[in-house]
Design a protein around this ligand. Structure first.
Ligand code: RIB
Ligand code: CA
Length: 333
């Protein structure tokens, strides 16, 4: 019998964040004990709205949601990415408004509280800008000794950026926070564009979700319709990357990396053209990435196998409690 690990999820619920949350809820390896939101794809408050409503649709309204940082450590919220995620952050899809409301604590306060509640076992998965994680490190400097692992969707090691030629969105929205998180005394698994842009969800996969008898996969399939239209301009066909759910699958251990060296990594916090770049020292490439003294950043560069089939199979199970009878065709789970 698998014992699910306690997870704190920090997100900017957008469309791929919604897939990541749904994935965690369906995974037998994860117990989502708290969610914090941060401004990125949408404002932290709007992300919390989307998160509460998706939790309710999945029958998981018991999971607490805390609103985190509206602005990055330096500067102010840039207004989101409606051209990617829609004005409401989930592709214009309207979910029933959840009865649950957000917690009174901040996301950073929630993370610190949960790390103390689950000492040595809490897994942290950050799939938005890292402002809340940096704030939690300020609130509790011993945080690295309390958490079991930290997985971050963000950055670009050898791949181009997606918001500037060299910077990936989660890092670019708050480079100062990202620099603090990568410099902290913990091991970080970085899931960069190098691997997330190479893992594509196709229209056939989206159709499987749309044809589900369960409401969550159907809603995700509708959200992906908006997301696919953005990515069609990049890939030349209706499809999308799977940034956040891939980070979730790696964090729970359901998906294995093929190449993931542990290297030194830093973030450019200058105001020049390199701002927000993740500088990963991959000079060990030609020697098979020998161990590097003091290195703590595991950079996932490739996967052992295609991720999309596993993602769809898992998402089709969202909201179906383990004891519930399988939904027959046409029924609603
Ligand atoms: O660059 C992709 C990342 O930025 C994803 O986490 C997406 O949701 C946005 O937050
Ligand atoms: Ca995200």
């Amino acid at each position: 019998m698998t014992t699910p690990a306690p997870f704190y999820l920090d997100c900017d619920t957008g469309i791929d964040d919604a897939l990541a949350l749904a994935y965690l809820l369906a995974s037998p390896f994860a117990d989502v004990v708290g969610i914090g939101t941060v401004s990125g794809n949408v404002s932290a408050a709007a992300g919390a709205r989307n998160t509460l409503d998706l939790l309710a649709l999945a029958g998981s309204s018991h999971v607490p949601v805390a609103v985190g940082a509206h602005d990055p450590l330096a500067g102010s919220f840039a207004g989101g990415a409606p051209w990617v995620h829609g004005e409401n952050g989930i592709g214009g899809v309207t979910l029933t408004t959840a009865a649950a409301s957000v917690e009174s604590e901040s996301a950073a306060e929630m993370l610190v509280r949960l790390a103390r509640l689950y000492p040595g076992s809490l897994k942290v998965l950050a799939i938005g800008p890292l402002t809340n994680i940096a704030e939690a490190l300020r609130l509790e400097p011993t945080l690295p000794s309390l958490v079991e692992s930290v997985t971050v969707m963000g950055g670009a090691a050898l791949a181009p950026g997606n918001i500037t030629p060299v910077a990936e969105a989660n890092i670019w929205y708050d480079p100062e926070a990202a620099a603090l998180v990568l410099a902290a005394h913990w091991d970080v698994t970085l899931v960069p564009l190098d691997v997330t842009m190479a893992s594509v969800l196709e229209e056939s996969h989206r159709q499987e979700l749309l044809l589900s008898s369960a409401p969550v996969p159907r809603a995700l399939g509708e959200m992906l319709g908006y997301y696919f239209r953005f990515y069609e301009g990049i890939y030349g066909r209706p499809c999308s990357a799977m940034h956040d759910p891939l980070a979730a699958a790696l964090a729970v251990g359901a998906v294995k990396a093929a190449v993931a060296p542990v290297v030194r990594a830093a973030v450019d916090t200058s105001d020049g053209p390199g701002r927000g770049q993740t500088i990963c020292d991959l000079r060990g490439l030609y020697a098979g990435y020998p161990p590097v003294a003091g290195a703590r950043c595991r950079v996932v560069l490739s996967l052992e196998e295609d991720f999309a089939p596993h993602l769809v199979e898992t998402l089709l199970g969202v909201g179906l409690s383990p004891t519930a009878p399988l939904a027959s065709a046409g029924s609603v789970a």
